[in-house]
Design a protein around this ligand. Structure first.
Ligand code: AN7
Length: 366
């Protein structure tokens, strides 16, 4: 029978705080590929899958949480949504606001947003505010703004965001038949690691700090276990590794350039309750991992996403990956959002040659 994927709210409605008659806003998010990556098996001795979130409608995992957050806003009087963002949240909020018939305001750290993400906010008609500060400053302002004015906050401190994002864990268990042994993902504001842990836990029949009581646990368990959660931060933006906020976070991976994560407590609980850890990787390791996935697996991801692959490879080098373990790495955003970083440091020669077969063949060394 013909079936088109209905977006995460309809696909997982019995596990989300929406009824069948509630009006919802969706762009068809979720249902993303879980790709087996033999090149990563070879590097790690495990069986490694990559959850490719860059194929979501706006090119990142944020869409899973935006369908739920914006659908909940429809139940209120708010006519405008707002968020602080390192880029992907603003792209997603702007797009889903369009679909909902709402206005959007995005508060961004000036000069630190990848070009593709900025273009998305602009073409979707967001009110753009560039602040002379970092993401943490922007989030403080977004919280104050939405406290003071009739504007709804759609950052991941809005609990509906994590509700939507937990569906990625459901999809992985549905695809593999059970939870993996290890789940690796990049950590910035720490919402996603908290959401995955919630999803895995609810599928195994228990709740977490981030669960919303009325929705969790009225269904039989689907998974027999939960994975260890391994989080990866950028070296210069690693508050959860250091155990204290970082005042001036810096990394080439602008998506995760965050010094004081909002979901700090949830992320620590995900780490500790799952028996996992949170580590950090250097910018060089991030860029090498991005290049490796592009050239050995065939998936082009943004630098922030590459933190998970870099963390996996670092753990493999340290002998931390049990042989034969099933490992899932979430790659959170599409490489096309930030081509400048992907191409920097490469020597490219685009000098045109004569328009003949001979000249082309000679150039190809054939
Ligand atoms: C590609 O868009 O915080 O730990 O404002 O864009 O849940 O914050 C983005 C974060 C990982 C980190 N990968 O996730 C924003 C924003 C990509 C991201 C993260 C982000 P969280």
């Amino acid at each position: 029978m013909a079936h088109q994927w209905q977006g995460v709210i309809r696909e997982y409605q019995d596990r989300l705080p929406f009824g069948p008659d509630d009006e919802i806003v969706t762009l068809g998010e979720g249902g993303t590929p879980l790709v087996h990556a033999p090149a990563l098996d070879e590097k790690t001795g495990a069986r490694v899958y990559v959850k490719v979130e860059g194929v979501n409608p706006t090119g990142s995992f944020k869409d899973r949480g935006m369908t739920t957050a914006i659908s909940q806003v429809l139940q209120t009087d708010a006519k405008m949504v707002a968020c602080a963002s390192t880029g992907n949240t603003s792209a997603s909020a702007a797009a889903y606001a369009v679909a909902a018939g709402l206005e959007s305001a995005v508060i961004l750290p000036a000069g630190k947003i990848a070009a593709g993400k900025l273009a998305q906010a602009i073409v979707h008609g967001a009110h753009l505010v560039a602040v002379d500060g970092n993401f943490d400053d922007c989030l403080r302002i977004a919280r104050e703004l939405t406290d003071r004015y009739p504007v709804a906050l759609v950052n991941s401190v809005n609990p509906y965001r994590l509700q939507g994002q937990k569906t990625a864990a459901f999809e992985i268990v549905d695809a593999l038949g059970d939870a993996p042994d290890i789940h690796v993902l990049p950590v910035g504001n720490a919402g996603n690691i908290s959401a995955y842990w919630m999803g895995y836990s609810e599928y195994a029949g228990h709740t977490t700090l981030a669960s919303m009581d009325e929705t969790a646990l009225h269904l039989p368990p689907v998974a027999t276990k939960t994975p260890q959660m391994w989080g990866v931060q950028a070296w210069g933006a690693a508050p959860l590794v250091l155990g204290h906020p970082v005042k001036n976070p810096e990394t080439v991976a602008t998506a995760i350039r965050i010094g004081n994560p909002a979901s700090w407590k949830f992320a620590e609980a995900a780490r500790d309750d799952s028996g996992g850890w949170i580590d950090r990787v250097t910018d060089d390791e991030i860029l090498a991992a991005q290049a490796f996935l592009a050239s050995h697996v065939g998936i082009f991801i943004e630098p922030g996403s590459a933190a998970s692959i870099a963390g996996l490879l670092k753990a493999a080098d340290a002998g931390k990956i049990p042989s034969g373990a099933t490992v899932v790495c979430t790659v959170t955003g599409n490489g096309l959002k930030d081509t400048a970083t992907a191409l920097s440091g490469r020597s490219l020669d685009f000098t045109p040659i004569e328009p003949t077969l001979e000249a082309v063949a000679r150039t190809l060394g054939l």
